[in-house]
Design a binder for this molecule. Sequence first.
Ligand code: HAM
Length: 425
Amino acid sequence: MAYSAPRGTVDIINQAPKWQQLEQLLRTVCAYYNVSEMRTPIFEHTELFNRAVGDTTDVVSKEMYTFQDKKGRSITLRPEGTAGVARSFVENKLFANPEKLQKYYYMGPMFRYERPQNGRQRQFHQFGVEMLGVESPYIDVECMVMAVSIVESLGLKDVKLHINSLGDEESREAYREALKEHFKPALKDLCYDCNQRFEKNPLRILDCKVDRAHESMKDAPKTIDYLSESAKAHFDKVCSLLDDLEIEYVLDVNLVRGLDYYSHTVFEVISDDKKLGTGSTVGGGGRYSSLISELGGPEVTGVGFAFGMERLLIAAGDGLNEEEGLDVYVMPLGDEARDLSVQIVTMLRANGFSCDMDYCERGLKGQFKSADRFDAHFSMIIGEEEVKNEVVNMKCNHSKEQTVVKLENIVSFIDEHYGEGDHHE
Ligand code: HAM
């Protein structure tokens, strides 16, 4: 039987250096924003996602990888990261920390049973940030500025920040009623799911894929028209702060997001890059005001966002450079030279150089090809003569210069002859 990876999953092989660079860049940005890492489990109790993400969402009702463990407990592979961080925040009483604002980031695999396509997988990766504990619109803006600065540092072009507000409890209640009134006459034409949503959570009718083109969708009420005074004040402050910081944004009154925990500000980073397809969402987020209390914590709120890392990589294209090559590739000819080479690579690695050697007992031609493929700065050739004379032959693959170097001088030779900035620090 031939084995293949499950549909919607991929092996990361040649792209691994780009992933590492992306991860490094994201960690650096987090350090600039004073955001520390949190690692939560990849599976959680199913109930957590039902409660946090909402059981009328597509993510929970259609896309979760849920199974029973050996004791019959219902377990789900995390479809997103916010629920786990919120659970941990409550469980570990992080709200009691003297530092009221807690900022965390995470990156790792998430699982959604979706139809795979470019930038959409069943196992995909998210980088996410959650800032918990403070209600202020300044934090909404800090999240948005951070998201924008990430896409900028990756050199993504044609990206726009879309923002909207869903308002507080009071606004959402008024909006819910308005939606019900609006969709009631159309119910008989809408799908079964929308009829269910009408009762449980009419907001979710707006992201129905079946009824997307229905007449009633076009003139559906907008959240922005139902904001309470305090919700409006919060959102006005968000907009004026973005203006002050000269962050461009699109006020997108149709943006409602597909997860139930949001209130107040919601936002998405949308790319028109051809590699991803026009209008693709690379990341999204918003404020969640009642998630923590719903999970048994105090009345504190959070705001955050997550990027799809596959989508960031596709959109970044060549914006991330390939990995640097090896410092030295050691090329022995014959058994004695191989024995000496093992000593040399061990010594070089201990001195902080990246290096490798040929173990395949090949002639020079094949070994030079490997040095090329590994983009080695130096090829070190060791034949019988060199072993006898206790020297090696160093070829700089950039200048093509060859030098005979005594064994004891190898490290100082490399140090001296490395072009500036070439050496892996
Ligand atoms: P989300 O919009 O469901 O939000 O997902 C965030 C990002 O994950 C999307 O914009 C997309 O780039 C990526 N993504 C989602 N599904 C897939 C998939 N099947 N394949 C590849 N990429 C995908 C959240 O998950 C929220 N937890 C974000 C958040 C954090 N809100 C507040 N804090």
